[in-house]
Design a protein around this ligand. Structure first.
Ligand code: SF4
Length: 138
C-alpha cells in the first residue's frame, strides 16, 4: 500500500494540510477508515466489526462533522480526547470536519464553514475556503 494516501495517515499523522488532489478522494471520513481492517484475512473471525463499544457510543453523537465544527476546545479535551489520546490536535479534527462537509456537500453546514474563515489558524482558514468552494458545486 501507499501509506502517503492512507486515510488514517492523512487524518491524524501526516504533517500539514492534506494535499488538495487527495481531499476529494478522502470523502467524509473524519478519522481513518479502517476498511483494511475489515477485509484483512488475518482478522477473519478475530473480531466483530458491527458490535458496539459503550465507551464510543457515548461520544459518537459528538463526532459528526457538524458537531466537531461547532465543538469548543475545552469540550474536546475533556470528552473526546480521552478516547483518542493519540490524536490530540483539535484543529486537525476541525480541518478533517471541514473537508468532510465539503465532500458531502452538506449545505446545512455552510454557516459552520463560514465561521472558520476568520480563524486564527491558517489550516482552518485554508480548509474552510476549500470546503466553501465545494459547497458551491452542484
Ligand atoms: S483501508 Fe486502511 S490502508 Fe486503506 S485508506 Fe483506509 S485505513 Fe488506510
Amino acid at each position: 500500500m501507499d501509506w502517503s494516501r492512507c486515510i488514517a495517515y492523512l487524518t491524524f499523522h501526516a504533517p500539514g494540510l492534506t494535499p488538495e488532489p487527495l481531499r476529494q478522494p478522502m470523502g467524509s471520513w473524519l478519522y481513518g477508515c479502517d476498511v483494511c481492517q475489515n477485509v484483512c484475512p488475518l482478522n477473519k473471525g478475530q473480531w466483530d466489526p458491527v458490535s458496539s463499544e459503550p465507551y464510543l457510543d457515548e461520544i459518537a453523537q459528538h463526532l459528526s462533522p457538524r458537531s466537531v465544527l461547532s465543538m469548543k476546545e475545552e469540550f474536546f479535551h475533556r470528552v473526546v480526547y480521552p478516547q483518542f489520546f493519540y490524536h490530540d490536535d483539535f484543529v486537525r479534527w476541525q480541518v478533517n470536519a471541514l473537508r468532510a462537509v465539503g465532500n458531502s456537500r452538506d449545505q446545512g453546514a455552510e454557516p459552520l464553514v463560514r465561521k472558520h474563515f476568520s480563524s486564527s489558524d491558517e489550516r482552518l482558514r485554508t480548509m474552510a475556503a476549500w470546503a466553501a468552494e465545494c459547497l458551491l458545486q452542484p
